[in-house]
Design a protein around this ligand. Sequence first.
Ligand code: SAH
Length: 234
Amino acid sequence: MQLDPVAIIHSPYKQKFAIPRQPGLVSEAVGQIEFMPEYSDPNILRDIEQFSHLWLLFEFHQTAGQGWSPLVRPPRLGGNRKMGVFATRSTFRPNAIGMSVVELIDWQYQHNKLLLNVKGIDLLDGTPILDIKPYIPYSDAVPDAKGGFAATEPPQNTDINFSQTAQQQLDYYQQHYPQLEALIRNVLAQDPRPAYKKNNTDTQEYGMTLYDCNIRWQVIAGHCLVLSIEKAAN
Ligand code: SAH
């Protein structure tokens, strides 16, 4: 079987590091799905606004060539327990296909481009979209389902402050990206550091790229401090 992407997504997440583990955790993360020319027919989206949420099926294109193994260590379990690959949402799978429920914002057809805007994404910029389907609550939502090791939302760290410098830089970038502060806060609330760092003294500075901003931060004794927000080098 050969799959032919129908679209690619433009996402504020420019690198894997710091992307939340699942969609919906950071609702400010807005993605624009741009259809390939051969699928840029507005008829393919007719009546899609009847649905509030959509399933995206996509290729984990950045890690697709890196193989897989039957057992994986989910970061959620601190990286020290092995589980069957099909008992996890690991990106390293026999077929590197991801699936995410996202919220539909709207869509446009302009200058022969078909664009679908969605929020709450957990996809890397440039991810090939293989398919899009409406989310059907009566069947897709299973309120009594068991969630195994991922039964509840991961704990959040809301103790996030901006240094004076970072605050000034934020005020500047917010003019372009009004959602930037909320996006940074909610991404950092997921504490993207590797699990083994979380319970130890960690003086390391971390960096992540959101939109075209390079954001540096550190976590000292549970307090997250954003140090700077600068234009990322392309
Ligand atoms: N909701 C999806 C993804 C879960 S794994 C699913 O359940 O299938 C989430 C991780 O996927 C994120 O932390 C991010 O680092 C990774 N990811 C997102 N887009 C990717 C891509 N195009 N290539 C490789 N990894 C990607």
